[in-house]
Write a protein that binds this ligand. Structure first.
Ligand code: MGD
Ligand code: MGD
Ligand code: SF4
Ligand code: MO
Length: 841
């Protein structure tokens, strides 16, 4: 069943799985994107419609959009062809922006709680009153000499400059992020291996072979539309083959030429087995590996010898014959072949090693930095040297934060300036009183629903002793807002300003502008207004870092380097420097005489040093001598691809943990024993039409997907006597793992749900999507459950009395039974490793 399936088979199974409906949406959008649309005329008005370019933020991909606005009202949203990343395409979520902007259950006015925290009783207050109370609280904490006791919890924030500025000006390092819940392992693996970037950008459009380890690019991925459109072009123009390893028949699997249904947590083993085949059969680019890697190819061949395809088959379920065949095909397409991976491979207890193994698979075939190969760009956003943040810049805080430092995880904060933070332990550690939090601001985040052990998060947020003051800024009422003392109504992405850009799929960086396309509704405000005002009221010198009167003034300065400045950006939405070239083969660049002047060469290694690193005070490497030529090399300590990393081994020793310097397969302890018949591995996934909390209140998107039954394999269901739609109880367990907090194997919790039977999921897996189970936010988000009338809802909510037609549809909060489960090396939350037992009800 899970052997080599053809694409036709997959579409058939897709239809059986019921996944094809959403897949059709994806296919249409992708095809539509193949040819970019005509250049639009900036600011041109057709009839009474004005076209305003901006950037989407329905997910973090930040595609360029054009808003069609008539008489101050947003009508429709389409793609901006001038955005070099998304090139005129957007997805269903992007199109649904108006349903969020005009959601009747949006928060339009500030609120203060009356009664107990979490009781849900609110009084509408003025901004003046909100500012006064917040500023008084924050001033008192700052003046007490413990600024770290003010913490900010954020999620997928795209206004980093203003957040950083405020926290630094205040002097608090207690900045809690979502990074460890999201992409930490992938980033840590890439930084360890190539140094220069924490994000790989396969050159898909020019590729001939794409090997996908657990990335759902047709529905999710941080580069969703830019990646998906390039994949489809590669297929059309280069006859590229796409092979996907997935534990579930995602729409990406359905769009691939071949899909292999793998057991969770085994992608790294498969990559090592493929490496074994490539080495053993001499399919490698040995010369490239020996030139550019810090570990000899022959020794690597020895290292991977025990990872045989047969062993990988036994653990992953992917047939050894297929592992051999795919490895050969991948190597034959080199250098125009690349891997892609994401949370499917890395959001695991062993995810750091998995992604290291996948990354090094590319080095073996010598495709790194080459056209059609595995590429990257040093700027994951805009070029901050070309676009420096307008001064005055506040210094970094000098006090420490126990929680933000998270020293138990050696790689969490290993890279200066790229602090990963271990977000999933924050509320546990607050509960354990490892650090006092006197005031918490929640911004752009619904941690009470999106974080593992969401029950624990809610308990801690509700406890006024643990967190004496909590204010939350959000567009919509959320599970987290429900547990605040003050709620501030935030503008949507369609009413606010940002400088933004994402890792450039075309390998040339660019810069974009998010600008208000309509006036903010009600009394909503953005941080760019709120933080300067709070800084002025808190005083004590903070205010001097906010000299601008308006965001326009600030962005005039930020976009100075664009010819035409802010007005160009307002008219076009994006800009790319025409002098810049794609970041191919950066390591081969010859160092100039000027660069070499005053440098010294370390004879045994060939590393070229010049001056000292201002941050570390150590000698600064600038290049490497390769066959007598001084080249730039990789920006790792050895200036080569670090197949073996001393850096991580040392980091491990410092934290009393062993980290293997080489990519290895580290079996997940709780998966390595025989399972009882009712035991399964619970995984999570995302739908193309949802972006967690952000889209939960979009009527247009909820109409399409508003439920999350548990996917179960038909064969597994037959063994357990389950039929389609049956109710089950799912009980989860913490891992049996001394490296995990409270890793004693104990029971965590249960939820009741119904099963959806499909052949499109691994037999040992139960898959539940993260789009449902909301308990607050009005009837659209909660399938009719929440009828509370919050005094901050707009007048339109009074007309929205009718229930949505899907009221009562099944909707379960997966994170209530998801254990806190950090990868012991990095701190990445393992979202796909939980052992559960199921019982028919
Ligand atoms: N079970 C499970 N849990 C997961 C995941 C999973 O796959 N499964 N994924 C994890 C991942 S990868 C991440 S990054 C985190 C993300 O977790 P969050 O960062 O909490 O997720 P978001 O849905 O982006 O919601 C953030 C907040 O943004 C607000 N928001 C800001 N601006 C706007 C706007 O303009 N419009 C709208 N509609 N809302 C806005 C929303 O109201 C919301 O409160 O969740 C993690 N949690
Ligand atoms: N529509 C939509 N798009 C989004 C987001 C969203 O919420 N919705 N969120 C954005 C964010 S913040 C992120 S981090 C990205 C995440 O983007 P992705 O990582 O691409 O998406 P996920 O759904 O988190 O996980 C990918 C897939 O891994 C599969 N999987 C689980 N375990 C394994 C395994 O062991 N091996 C393999 N091969 N597959 C496995 C799951 O079935 C799932 O489909 O998406 C971004 N884009
Ligand atoms: S991929 Fe994300 S940023 Fe792009 S249009 Fe869709 S929701 Fe918006
Ligand atoms: Mo994420």
């Amino acid at each position: 069943m899970f052997d080599d399936l053809t694409r036709r088979d997959l579409f058939r199974i897709g239809a059986l799985a019921g996944a094809a409906a959403a897949g059709l949406g994806t296919i249409e959008i992708v095809n539509q994107a193949v040819e970019p649309g005509p250049r639009f005329t900036p600011g041109k008005t057709t009839g009474a419609v004005t076209r305003v370019p901006s950037m989407c933020q329905m997910c973090t991909t930040a595609c360029g959009i054009i808003a069609n606005v008539r008489e101050g009202r947003l009508l429709t949203i389409e793609g901006n062809p001038e955005d070099p990343n998304s090139r005129g395409s957007i997805c269903a979520k992007g199109v649904a922006g108006p349903s969020v902007l005009y959601d009747p259950y949006r928060l339009l006015y500030p609120l203060k709680r009356v009664g107990r925290r979490g009781e849900g009783r609110w009084r509408r207050i003025s901004w003046e009153e909100a500012y006064d109370e917040i500023a008084d609280r924050l001033r008192a904490i700052r003046e007490s000499g413990h600024p770290e006791e003010f913490a900010l919890q954020q999620g997928r924030n795209r206004s980093k400059d203003i957040v950083r500025r405020f926290l630094n000006a205040y002097g608090t390092p207690s900045h809690f992020t979502h990074r460890a819940l999201c992409s930490l392992n992938r980033r840590a693996a890439i930084l360890t291996t190539i140094g220069e970037s924490d994000w790989d950008l396969g050159d898909f459009e020019n590729s001939r072979y794409i090997l996908n380890f657990g990335c759902n690019w047709a529905e999710a991925h941080q580069g969703h539309i830019p990646v998906a459109t390039r994949m489809m072009r590669a297929r059309e123009h280069n006859n590229a083959k796409i092979v996907t390893l997935e534990s579930r028949l995602s729409n990406t699997a359905a769009l691939s030429d071949e899909w292999f249904c793998v057991k969770p947590g085994t992608d790294g083993l498969i990559a090592l087995a493929m490496s074994n085949v490539i080495c053993a059969e001499g399919l490698w680019d040995k010369e490239w590996f020996d030139t550019w890697c810090n570990y000899p190819a022959d020794k690597y061949a020895e290292h991977v010898r025990s990872y045989t395809p047969e062993r990988a088959e036994a653990e992953s379920g992917m047939p050894a014959t297929a592992i051999r065949r795919i490895a050969r095909e991948f190597a034959a397409a080199a250098p125009r072949c690349t891997t892609i991976c994401n949370r499917g491979s890395h959001a695991h207890r062993n995810g750091f090693y998995n992604d290291r193994a996948i990354t090094v698979l590319n080095a073996l075939v010598g495709n790194m930095g080459k056209a059609g190969g595995w590429c990257w760009h040093p700027n994951a956003e805009w070029d901050d040297k070309q676009f420096p943040e307008p001064g005055p810049i506040p210094p970094k805080p000098t006090v420490r934060s126990v929680i933000a430092d998270a020293k138990d995880w050696p790689l969490a904060n290993a890279w200066q300036g790229r602090e990963m933070k271990v977000g999933e332990i924050v509320y546990l550690w607050i509960k354990e009183r490892r650090q006092r939090v006197s005031a918490l601001m929640t911004y752009n985040c619904d941690q009470a629903w999106a974080w593992p052990e969401a029950n624990l998060v809610r308990d801690v947020l509700a406890d006024e002793e643990l967190i004496p003051f909590h204010f939350c800024m959000d567009v919509m009422y959320s599970e987290t807002a429900h547990l605040a003392d003050i709620v501030l109504p935030w503008t949507t992405y369609l009413e606010r300003w940002d400088i933004d850009a994402r890792p450039p799929q075309g390998l040339v960086d660019y810069v974009g502008l998010r600008q208000p396309v309509v006036r903010p509704l009600g009394e909503t405000k953005d941080l760019r207004e709120v933080f300067p005002e709070l800084a002025r009221r808190i005083g004590g010198g903070m205010e001097r870092y906010f000299p601008w009167q308006t965001p326009e003034e600030y962005f005039e300065e930020y976009f100075r380097a664009v010819p035409g400045g802010l007005s160009h950006m307002r008219a076009h939405g994006a800009w790319q420097d025409p002098r810049k070239r794609p970041h191919y083969l950066p390591y081969e660049r010859r160092l100039s005489d000027e660069e070499l002047a005053g440098s010294e060469i370390d004879e045994p290694t060939g590393v070229i040093y010049k001056g000292t690193d201002p941050k570390t005070g150590e000698r600064q490497a600038i290049g490497i001598l390769i066959n007598g030529i001084a080249r730039r090399g990789f920006t790792t300590p050895s200036r080569k691809v670090e197949v073996s990393s001393t850096f991580i081994a040392v980091k491990g020793e410092q934290a009393d943990k062993r980290i293997d310097p080489l990519p290895i397969y580290d079996p997940i302890p709780s998966h390595s024993r025989p399972f009882a018949a009712d035991e399964l591995i619970m995984i999570s996934f995302k739908w193309n039409v949802h972006n967690a909390h952000r889209t939960g209140q979009s009527k247009w998107l909820q109409e399409i997907v508003h439920s999350n039954p548990a996917w179960l394999n038909t064969a597994t269901a037959a063994q357990l006597g389950l039929s389609e739609g049956d109710w089950i109880e799912v009980t989860s367990f913490r891992p049996h793992d001394p490296h995990v907090p409270h890793g004693d194997g104990s029971e965590l919790g249960s939820l009741r749900t119904r099963v959806h039977l499909t052949e499109g999921v691994h037999p040992s897996v139960i898959a539940i999507s993260h789009n449902s189970g909301r308990s607050h936010g009005g009837p659209i988000a909660t399938n009719g459950r929440d009828q509370a009338r919050i005094p901050a809802y707009g007048p339109a909510s009074h007309d929205a009395k009718e229930q949505p037609w899907w009221a009562g549809a099944l909707s379960v909060p997966q994170n209530d039974i998801m254990p806190i489960y950090p990868d012991p090396v990095s701190g990445q939350q393992a979202y796909h490793d939980t052992i559960v037992r199921i019982r028919k009800l």
